[in-house]
Design a binder for this molecule. Structure first.
Ligand SMILES: Cc1cc2nc3c(=O)[nH]c(=O)nc-3n(C[C@H](O)[C@H](O)[C@H](O)COP(=O)(O)O)c2cc1C
Length: 159
């Protein structure tokens, strides 16, 4: 049975970590995409993104159907948005009834909210076994340090 790394990334930080993890453990990797476009700059970006979290939005994913039955372990990555996980990850969880999997979580953030984000993800994914979690502060700003941390973490998981 193999491992899937599935993630959403708005500015590339979570993508950076996802790719490092997938490469380290030779996992399949899928980036979640949506047709909904958030503003990419300034205050509007935080306002619309934050609002989307607070209202529990689940933007439609444009990915092809993912066959989760092929995977025993799923690694889910998200940026922290308003102390939680990003709406496309909510869409993923809602669309795929995930249970009986081994799940590892990873997140990028600006300095706070990762623990709350992980707690919320666990709450949203009952009936699964959580095998690890790891968070990174703006990893693209310290690529070497962050990729070394991601590599250590991924290698240390019992997959
Ligand atoms: C809408 C929005 C809300 C955010 N909320 C938080 C937050 O609550 N806590 C935090 O530390 N960073 C917050 N951030 C910053 C991102 O989590 C951080 O920049 C992260 O590295 C972005 O990952 P990405 O490049 O994969 O999108 C927020 C960013 C956006 C766009």
């Amino acid at each position: 049975m193999s491992t899937l790394v599935v993630y959403f990334s708005f500015d590339g930080n979570t993508k950076f970590i996802a790719e490092k993890i997938a490469e380290t453990i030779s996992a399949d990797v899928i980036e979640l995409n949506t047709s909904k476009k958030y503003p990419t700059q300034g205050f509007r970006k935080y306002f619309w993104g934050g609002k989307s979290v607070i209202f529990g939005e689940k933007p439609k994913l444009t990915n092809e159907d993912i066959d989760l039955s092929r995977y025993e372990t799923i690694m889910i990555g998200t940026p922290v948005w308003a102390g939680s996980y990003a709406p496309p990850v909510k869409s993923f969880i809602s669309q795929y009834k995930i249970h009986g999997k081994r799940i590892a979580l990873f997140a990028s953030h600006g300095g706070n909210g990762a623990e709350k984000c992980f707690a919320r993800l666990k709450e949203a994914l009952p009936d699964n076994q959580f095998i690890g979690e790891t968070a990174y502060v703006e990893p693209k700003k310290s690529p070497e340090e962050s990729s070394a941390k991601a590599l250590r973490w991924a290698k240390g998981l019992t997959l």
